[in-house]
Each structure stands twice: as structure tokens, then as C-alpha cells.
Design a protein around this ligand. Structure first.
Ligand SMILES: [Zn+2]
Length: 439
């Protein structure tokens, strides 16, 4: 499978020469070790019944091993599961990331050997996650952004184990950081002024946002390659949102726009950014589809909620902002319009399928001249009727209600009936499996 090296597109135009030189130097380091060989790790849903049974029955397995810092694999593809610590299975990556962190520190002229970031790099090398995070909790030099270790993924549901190892090094993107802060400020007002009418919500729910360009990626799922944003737990502190602007641009240009423009839907990087920030912040709201209540419906519905509230938020802003966010949402969702095969169909796309069907029903989405258009004047009514309904389902804590809702709308998009076969086939050609991985 062809791998696109997105690092070739660092957002450099706004940087002065000095910073640019540093960034190019860093990018070169990142480029050399850009994509590690794919992990041969096993995802819980890949386990066969016998293996699951063995795992659940096993008395030998120390439950502590299912900590965030362990890794389950069955490299031999037999019925035995090997549980190892990340610091063993990912030794080389930890070493690489530590070296890169130190190089970053050098480039930023940090000479103090006891500087927290240098100490952090040393703990990373040894796979000492908690000790390393102790140097992350107080905000360090904002130029330095890194992620390493396990992060919560969708694939940890059965055993509650953290299933993915991720290591990323980013450098702060100042231009976009300012934009993200502006959106966050607006969102904070939205929380205070508008959301409070649905119940108590504290603006403290807003998470810190880091905005950077990815220089190194050693993860498996593609964080930093096909991912725009991530919410990462810090083992000792609050969860943080990471926006990856160079890869967002790559996702937009290589994966989102090729399909969406065929439907007449385009958006700019700025629109995409505003949508992603709204989406990630909405995950932090107190109305959540919790796994223990909503089980298998939780992930798709939680993603749906994040999309819905990001549009709700945008609907309280000026028209340009609303149109930008809706265009970005639809640009991402156009993949759901073409795709019939729900196998491998990610939770975000399920969420978008649900919303596309709801919006079609409410005539917010219509087809004109074989192109999909959003009727902005109908958005307000759509929000007014659906937001309280979704909050009601969450507060009902009823799996049955969630299931009903999911089944009603998680269907082949009805809007397909209004689109020519020719157009559908043309767009399907672009929908390839590697495009399913996203934020
Ligand atoms: Zn999300």
C-alpha cells in the first residue's frame, strides 16, 4: 500500500527564516524515522471465541497486567496471548522518541541538563510513563509537544485495556494555536450563554488544546498520518486535545476533498479546523454516551453527539462560521453517502450517516443538480428539535432508546435516492479502506 509522507507539507509560510530553518532540520529528523513498521498487535475484536474464553477464564493472567502500559499480542497467531509491557514491546520507539525529544530541546537551545523536558526524555527512553508525565503536568515549553504511550482507543472495550501505543512528536504551530484559542473562547461563551438552558454545564469542561505539526509518528492507527485530532489522557492530569495541523491539511487534501468535491461540497482548512475544534470540545460536555450504559452504541452515538454539538455551537455564531463548520462536517460525511458496506466502517462515519439521514428527513440536506446542498435556514429548527431529544436519550440512560434511535437512522443514506447512479459510482471509486482511519 502506498504511503503518503505528509511531512513534506509542513505549514511553513508564516514562519520567519530562523524558525523555518529549525523546523526543516526537525522535519528531516522526523522524516528519517517517520513511519515505523506496522505493529503486529492484536485488537480485541480479532480474537476468536476460543481465545476470548481462554482469556476470560484464565487464572494465570494477573489483572494488573491489563494496565494502560501493557500490550497484548499473539504474534504466533495461536490461542495463547502474550501480555507484555509497552516498554519492552516498544523499546525502539521509545528510544527514538527520546532522541528526538532531546534534539528538539537542542534546537530550541535548552542547555540545562536538568530541564524538565530533558528529564522527561530520559524517562521516555526507559518506558517510565508515570515519571515522564510528572514532567508534563506543569506546562513545559509550548513549542514542544509530544505524545507517547498507550492511549484510549475504541478497540479496548471488551477488556477495558488500552489497546494502542502511540508516539508522536509535534512542534507548536503558533498561527493555528491562536485560531484554536479564538474558537475555544467562542465555545466557552456558547457553554455559558446557550448550553446552560439545557442543564448545568461548567465551562471547566473545556480541555487544554495543543496545536502543532507532526514531526514523528510511531503509532499504529495512523495518529499523525491520517488523523486530524486526538484526545489523549495524561496519566497524572486532565485529558488534552491535540490538533495536528499539517496532517489535517493532508487529510483534507488527500482524503476528504477528493470525494466531497464530486458532490459539490468543499471546505477550507480553516473551516475544517473550526469543525474539529468544536467536535473535540463537545466530547468534553457533561452529556455523554457512557459505555457502561450504552454499550455497543456508545461510540457511534458519542461521535454523533460531538458532531451535533459542534453544529449547534456554530449555529450560535455568524453565518460564515456556521457555513464553514457545516461544510467541513458534510465534506467528511460525503464518504458516508457513497459507502454501502458497513464493514470496517468507522464510528465517525456511522455518526455522519446518522446525521445525514436526520438532516435529509428534516430537509436540511437536499440534492440540487446532482449536488448536495445544505439549507442553512432550516438548521435552527433542526437543532431546536434534536438537541433536547439527544440530551433526553442520554439522560434516560436507556440502552433501548439509544438502540432505537441508532437503528432508525443508521441506515443506507436515503439521500442516495436523489443522486444519480453515475455520481454514486464515481464517488465510490474513491472510497478505499485506508480512508476510514480518521480523527
Ligand atoms: Zn470524536
Amino acid at each position: 500500500m502506498e504511503q503518503k509522507i505528509f511531512i513534506s507539507k509542513p505549514a511553513t509560510h508564516h514562519l520567519d527564516q530562523n524558525v523555518l530553518q529549525k523546523r526543516i532540520a526537525i522535519a528531516k529528523i522526523g522524516h528519517d524515522i517517520w513511519i515505523d513498521q506496522q505493529e503486529q498487535s492484536l485488537w480485541p475484536q480479532d480474537l476468536n471465541a476460543k481465545q476470548i474464553n481462554a482469556l476470560e477464564q484464565s487464572k494465570d493472567i494477573d489483572k494488573d497486567l491489563f494496565s494502560p502500559f501493557t500490550y497484548v499480542d499473539n504474534i504466533n497467531r495461536q490461542d495463547t496471548l502474550n501480555i507484555k509491557e509497552y516498554k519492552i514491546t516498544h523499546k525502539n520507539k521509545l528510544k527514538k522518541i527520546s532522541i528526538l525529544m532531546k534534539e528538539l530541546a537542542d534546537l530550541l537551545e535548552i542547555t540545562d541538563k536538568k530541564h524538565p523536558y530533558v528529564l522527561r526524555a530520559e524517562h521516555v527512553a526507559r518506558g517510565e510513563f508515570l515519571q515522564a508525565d510528572a514532567y508534563w503536568v506543569p506546562e513545559l515549553d509550548p513549542n514542544l509537544i509530544d505524545i507517547f504511550g498507550a492511549y484510549e482507543s475504541y478497540f479496548d472495550q471488551r477488556f477495558g485495556i488500552k489497546r494502542e501505543f502511540e508516539s508522536l512528536v509535534m512542534i507548536e504551530n503558533k498561527e493555528w494555536k491562536i485560531k484554536s484559542e479564538q474558537v475555544k473562547k467562542k465555545y466557552k461563551q456558547f457553554v455559558q450563554n446557550t448550553l446552560s438552558k439545557h442543564g448545568p454545564v461548567n465551562s471547566e469542561v473545556l480541555r487544554p488544546i495543543h496545536v502543532g505539526d507532526v514531526l514523528y509518528c510511531g503509532g499504529r492507527l495512523g495518529g499523525g498520518r491520517t488523523v486530524s485530532a486526538k484526545i489523549i489522557p495524561n496519566w497524572l492530569g486532565p485529558r488534552k486535545v491535540f490538533l495536528m495541523m499539517n496532517t489535517s491539511q493532508a487529510v483534507l487534501e488527500y482524503s476528504v476533498l477528493p470525494i466531497s468535491t464530486l458532490y459539490g461540497v468543499t471546505c477550507t482548512l480553516s473551516d475544517y479546523h473550526d469543525f474539529v475544534v468544536g467536535h473535540e470540545l463537545s466530547h468534553g460536555l457533561p452529556w455523554r454516551f457512557e459505555e457502561k450504559l450504552f454499550g455497543e452504541y456508545k461510540s457511534a452515538l458519542e461521535e454523533f453527539k460531538a458532531d451535533l454539538f459542534s453544529i449547534y455551537f456554530a449555529s450560535t455564531q455568524d453565518e460564515d462560521f456556521l457555513q464553514g463548520v457545516c461544510s467541513a462536517w458534510l465534506a467528511k460525511g460525503t464518504r458516508a453517502i457513497s459507502c454501502l458496506d458497513t464493514k470496517d466502517f468507522g464510528y465517525h462515519q456511522q455518526a455522519r450517516t446518522i446525521m445525514i439521514n436526520m438532516m435529509t428527513e428534516s430537509q436540511v440536506l437536499q440534492v440540487e443538480n446532482d449536488e448536495v446542498v445544505i439549507k442553512y435556514q432550516k438548521i435552527q429548527d433542526f437543532i431546536t428539535s434534536w438537541v433536547p431529544e439527544i440530551i433526553r436519550i442520554i439522560e434516560s440512560k436507556s440502552m433501548l432508546q439509544a438502540k432505537d434511535f441508532y437503528n432508525t437512522y443508521m441506515q443506507v443514506p436515503r439521500i442516495q435516492n436523489d443522486i444519480s447512479q453515475q455520481k454514486l459510482e464515481k464517488t465510490r471509486l474513491f472510497v478505499t479502506p485506508e480512508l476510514y482511519f480518521e480523527e
